[in-house]
Design a protein around this ligand. Structure first.
Ligand code: SF4
Length: 414
C-alpha cells in the first residue's frame, strides 16, 4: 500500500464510509471556496450528522478504519475484488484525528466502521482500541458509534459496548437467501447471535445501573442495523416483515434502509440499476407507521401491491387508507388517538394538538386545514362539524383525487 498522508487517507476512508446509512445528511450540491471567493464548503470530509436519543442533531466524524477487506460481498465497494484505492488508519491515527476535530469543535463524536483486515477478531480489536483509548486515555466524553464485526469474539463485541454509545451490527440483506448469494462469507445465524448477545448485554447493563450507580453505562444509545434495499429480489413486504422481527427480537433503536447503489466494476449477480431512491423513503415511512402510528407489520404489508412492493407515488399510510376505506371517515371531534393516527396526512404532532384542543372546542374543516399541509388529501377521510364526505370514500377515482399531482420534469434541468 503506497504511503499516504492523513489527509489522503481521510479522503479515501471518509468517502468509503458514505455507504453506511447512519445519518441523513447527504445529497446536497458541491460548493467550495477554493477559488478565493465566498465562504465555506459542502465537502467537509467525513463529517455527517446523527440524532441522539433525545432528538439532538450531532455532528460525527464518519470514517472507516480501513477500506481493505478480506471478504468479497458483492454489493460492497470495499470488497476484496474491487479495484479501488485502499487506505488504512492505525487506531492511534483515528484517535488523534477525532481529538483534533473535536477540539476544533467540528464534531461531537465519532462513527467508526471498517473493512475486515487479517481476521474479524483482529479488526474488532482495532475498533475497540480506538474507543478504549478515546475514553480511557483521553477521557473523551463525545458520542461514539461503532460498527461491529458480527463474527468477532462475543467478548470483543461486549467490550465495544463498554466504550461506545451505540453499536450497530448490520443484517445487510432482508433474506437469508439474499445474504447467501451476495455475501457468501457472512452468516445470518452469526449476525443474529451477535445481535442477541448485544441485546442481552444492554439489558444487563441497564439492570446493573439500577442497582449500582457506578456500573458502566453499556451502549446507552442501544443498537441499530442496516439493510440494503434493491440488491436482491426481496420485496418491500419482505423488508417490512424482517424489520419488525428485528425490532421485536433485538430491541433495536433503528433499522436503516440503504438503497443499493451501483458500484464500479460491479459483480454480475447485482442488478444493473439502482432501485428508485423513493423506495428507500417509502420504507422509512413504513418503519414510522410501525414505530409511531400503531400499524402492525401485517397492515403495512397490506398497503403493498400484489407484487409485494409499496406504491412509489403515494405514501404507505395513504395506500392503506385507500385499500381499507371501510375504516373511514373518522370523526376528528370524537375518534380515539389510534383512529386519528390512521388518517392520511395527519402526523403524530398534529394528532396530539388536535386531541389537546378539542377538549375546549369543536373542529371545523378549516381548523384541521391548519394542522396539515394538504387538506385535499385528508378531506375524504374525515368528518368535522361542517364537513362529511358523502360517498367520497366510495369513489372509484379517489386515488387520483388524493395522490400528489405528478410534476412534468424539465427536459433541460440541471
Ligand atoms: S465485510 Fe463489510 S467491508 Fe468487507 S466486503 Fe463485506 S460489506 Fe464490504
Amino acid at each position: 500500500m503506497a504511503q499516504l498522508d492523513t489527509r489522503e487517507k481521510l479522503a479515501i476512508l471518509a468517502d468509503a464510509a458514505k455507504y453506511d446509512a447512519s445519518c441523513a445528511s447527504s445529497g446536497t450540491s458541491k460548493r467550495d471556496s477554493r477559488d478565493g471567493k465566498g465562504l465555506g464548503s459542502t465537502e467537509g470530509m467525513g463529517i455527517c450528522h446523527a440524532y441522539a436519543p433525545d432528538g439532538r442533531c450531532i455532528s460525527l466524524l464518519k470514517i472507516l478504519l480501513t477500506n481493505s477487506c478480506i471478504f468479497d460481498c458483492h454489493y460492497c465497494i470495499n470488497r476484496k475484488s474491487s479495484n479501488v484505492r485502499r487506505a488504512r488508519f492505525t487506531a492511534q491515527e483515528v484517535v488523534q484525528l477525532t481529538l483534533a476535530f473535536y477540539k476544533r469543535n467540528y464534531i461531537e463524536g465519532l462513527f467508526l466502521s471498517s473493512g475486515i483486515i487479517k481476521s474479524s477478531n483482529y479488526t474488532m480489536e482495532q475498533l475497540v482500541e480506538v474507543a478504549r483509548s478515546l475514553r480511557e486515555d483521553h477521557d473523551f466524553r463525545g458520542y461514539i458509534h461503532l460498527k461491529t464485526i458480527p463474527d468477532a469474539d462475543p467478548e470483543l463485541v461486549r467490550l465495544a459496548g463498554l466504550h461506545a454509545d451505540r453499536i450497530s451490527i448490520n443484517v445487510e440483506l432482508p433474506t437469508v437467501s439474499g445474504l447467501e448469494k451476495l455475501a457468501p462469507e457472512k452468516s445470518a445465524p452469526q449476525i443474529e447471535s451477535a445481535m442477541l448477545g448485544m441485546k442481552g448485554a444492554i439489558e444487563d447493563g441497564k439492570d446493573a445501573r439500577k442497582k449500582y450507580k457506578s456500573a458502566p453505562n453499556f451502549a446507552p444509545a442501544g443498537q441499530s442495523t442496516q439493510m440494503i434495499v434493491g440488491a436482491d429480489a426481496a420485496t418491500d413486504g419482505d423488508i417490512v416483515t424482517k424489520a419488525s422481527t428485528l425490532y421485536d427480537r433485538f430491541s433495536l433503536r433503528r433499522v436503516y434502509y440503504s438503497a443499493f447503489s451501483p458500484i464500479p466494476d460491479a459483480s454480475a449477480v447485482l442488478p444493473l440499476q439502482r432501485p428508485p431512491l423513493m423506495r428507500e423513503h417509502r420504507l422509512y415511512q413504513s418503519d414510522w407507521l410501525m414505530r409511531f402510528y400503531g400499524f402492525r407489520p401485517a397492515e403495512v404489508v397490506q398497503a403493498a401491491g400484489d407484487d409485494g412492493m409499496l406504491p412509489l407515488d403515494i405514501d404507505p399510510k395513504l395506500a392503506w387508507a385507500l385499500k381499507f376505506r371501510e375504516n373511514f371517515p373518522v370523526d376528528v371531534n370524537r375518534a380515539p388517538r389510534e383512529q386519528l393516527l390512521r388518517i392520511p396526512g395527519l402526523g403524530t404532532k398534529a394528532v396530539d394538538r388536535l386531541i389537546r384542543s378539542r377538549r375546549f372546542r369543536r373542529f371545523t374543516l378549516d381548523d384541521v386545514a391548519r394542522l396539515t399541509v394538504s387538506i385535499a388529501k385528508i378531506r375524504p377521510f374525515i368528518v368535522t362539524t361542517d364537513w362529511s364526505p358523502t360517498l367520497l370514500t366510495d369513489r372509484a377515482d379517489l386515488r387520483s383525487l388524493v395522490a400528489p399531482k405528478v410534476k412534468q420534469l424539465e427536459l433541460f434541468a440541471a
